[in-house]
Ligand binder design. Structure first.
Ligand SMILES: Cc1ncc(COP(=O)(O)O)c(C=O)c1O
Length: 503
């Protein structure tokens, strides 16, 4: 803000009387003081009332407008408090110069920028992120992949546990969180992971984040520099690609087969700093990484000093044989960062995930997390810790596993009814979705668009590939679709497939 020398005759301009009088409407529904304030402020911002101009006295303006003098005094005081005018007792009220610095001087002579130049300038990094965005707009409806059944979540229990915390909320749970997650939750998770996923960890190694993407970003920012390479599965989870690319990494797609990530193919592409893998249930095709491949991957990472991110996003839901223990549990050399989310086992809107980091990384990750994201949600974490400690977590997973198994079976039956063995199914008997392959050459994007128009949500498999080898198919989520409706919804989709692909 700059003070301008006052004009010699700093009398109030007749302009002001005209300007305000023309626009001021005493019968408006807007309060008089608010209306007068708005008119004066806008006139100053648009420089219709230029800097240095003296405003009429409150008495004079009140008479001109036919309002109470106090109204004008109140408005002048407000404008003075906000820095638009100067006011001193008995000295008059003057418009201050509030023009932004860059407009003062030479820049003010430049013609205004054309409208196209006013479009927000997105960085090259931002453009790449936006251009290949993976998240869809609608998330609820048959057969949106990756969505758990949220209607059967034990809301009453959750509410009771929440109420218990809120009855006498601890200040520590409501303020900025110190550390990488509530100790009580990290203790519960360490016990759960050791017994059910074969993860070797102490509670200190657990870092709680706001969803898996924050964890992936932290890994990239702390362990790799811009320009370094990262392997991502091909086809694979779009999120890791987006997050790591925007952190400046060069992501190299590495093909998967029925044994999981093809380590030897990756090795031919170049040594990576980071490797992303979903060994329990490859996303989206469903392969379970074989023991031989796991050992090969661990040996490779050790030899080349690469870090492996093991994304164990939905292995709780396995229909048939029990899940293989985690890759992390097989790793004696501390090269694996185990990543899991509560999105599939509780509900996605919770936005809580966690990592188990090797001991050598604990301190850097704890500090990095609080520097970048500031911890929080400790009260929710306390509820979650109680939910696990009282056995509701495991019971909920068990119930959902049975429910999803029936829904998966209903979808498999519907597919076979409509297509027999003509279309391949990839699912690995786990998780919340399966992939229905389409005949070679099919346009799965067009199928998805036509399905959407018929009220069915699916995702095209080809969009999960980064390279040129994309296969057509549809990701079909069944976990949140009522068993009784699956046949009907699939019949609609089958019509679309027949129309678009003639299988
Ligand atoms: C393979 C995979 N990993 C991670 C996530 C993300 O989890 P979050 O909900 O914590 O962001 C998803 C979400 O769908 C996923 O499919």
């Amino acid at each position: 803000m700059t003070w301008l020398p006052l004009p010699a005759a700093a009398a109030s301009s007749p302009l002001l009387g005209d300007l305000v009088q023309q626009q001021f409407d005493p019968h408006s529904r807007e309060a008089n003081n608010q209306q007068l304030y708005r008119l004066l402020r806008d006139a100053m911002l648009q420089e219709q009332l230029p800097p240095g101009l003296r405003l009429p006295s409150s008495r004079q303006l009140a008479i001109e407008l036919g309002v109470a003098r106090n109204t004008v005094i109140h408005v002048y005081e407000r404008l003075a408090a906000e820095g638009y005018v100067s006011a001193g007792v008995g000295q008059g009220t003057f418009v201050l110069d509030t023009r932004p610095d860059r407009l003062v001087g030479r820049d003010s002579l430049q013609p205004p920028a054309p409208p196209s130049a006013l479009r927000p300038a997105i960085s090259a990094r931002g453009q790449a992120l936006v251009a290949q965005a993976g998240a869809g707009e609608r998330q609820w409806g048959a057969f949106m992949p990756g969505v758990p059944e949220v209607r059967t979540f034990p809301a009453r229990i959750w509410m009771r546990l929440h109420n218990r915390q809120w009855r006498k909320p601890q200040p520590d749970l409501l303020t900025y969180a110190v550390g990488p997650g509530l100790p009580a939750l990290r203790q519960q998770l360490a016990d759960y992971l050791r017994s059910s996923r074969g993860v070797r960890c102490s509670p200190e190694q657990i870092i709680v984040t706001n969803g898996a993407h924050a964890a992936l970003q932290l890994v990239a920012l702390l362990l790799a520099d811009a320009g370094e390479r990262a392997w991502v599965e091909e086809p694979g989870y779009w999120g890791v690609h987006s997050v790591w690319r925007s952190a400046g990494l060069e992501t190299l797609p590495v093909a998967v087969d029925e044994q999981g990530l093809k380590v030897d193919e990756g090795a031919r592409q170049g040594e990576p700093k980071l490797i992303y893998a979903s060994p329990s249930h490859q996303y989206p095709l469903g392969a379970v990484m074989s023991l031989a491949r796991r050992r090969r991957l661990l040996a490779y990472a050790r030899r080349h000093n690469s870090w492996i991110v093991e994304d164990d996003y939905d292995s709780e839901f396995r229909y048939g044989r029990p899940p293989l223990p985690s890759l992390q549990g097989l790793d004696p050399h501390g090269r694996v960062i185990y990543l899991a989310t509560f999105s599939k086992v509780i509900y996605p809107g919770l936005r809580l995930a966690y990592m188990v980091v090797p001991e050598a990384l604990v301190e850097s990750f704890q500090t990095g997390l609080s520097e970048l994201y500031r911890g929080g949600q400790y009260l929710t974490q306390a509820v979650l810790a109680d939910f696990i400690a009282e056995g509701h977590f495991v019971a909920h997973i068990r119930r959902m596993r049975q429910l999803y198994a029936r829904r998966r079976q209903a979808l498999l039956t519907a597919i076979r009814q409509h297509f027999g063995e003509r279309l391949p199914i990839h699912d690995g008997a786990a998780g919340l979705h399966l992939v229905l392959g389409l005949p070679p050459g099919s346009d799965d994007l067009a199928v998805c668009a036509a399905a959407m128009a018929a009220g069915i949500l699916t995702r095209p498999l080809s969009q999960y590939y980064r390279g040129s080898n994309a296969q057509p198919g549809l990701l079909l989520g069944y976990a949140h679709v009522d068993e009784a409706d699956i046949g009907r919804h699939f019949a609609t989709l089958a019509q679309v497939i027949h129309r678009c692909c003639a299988p």
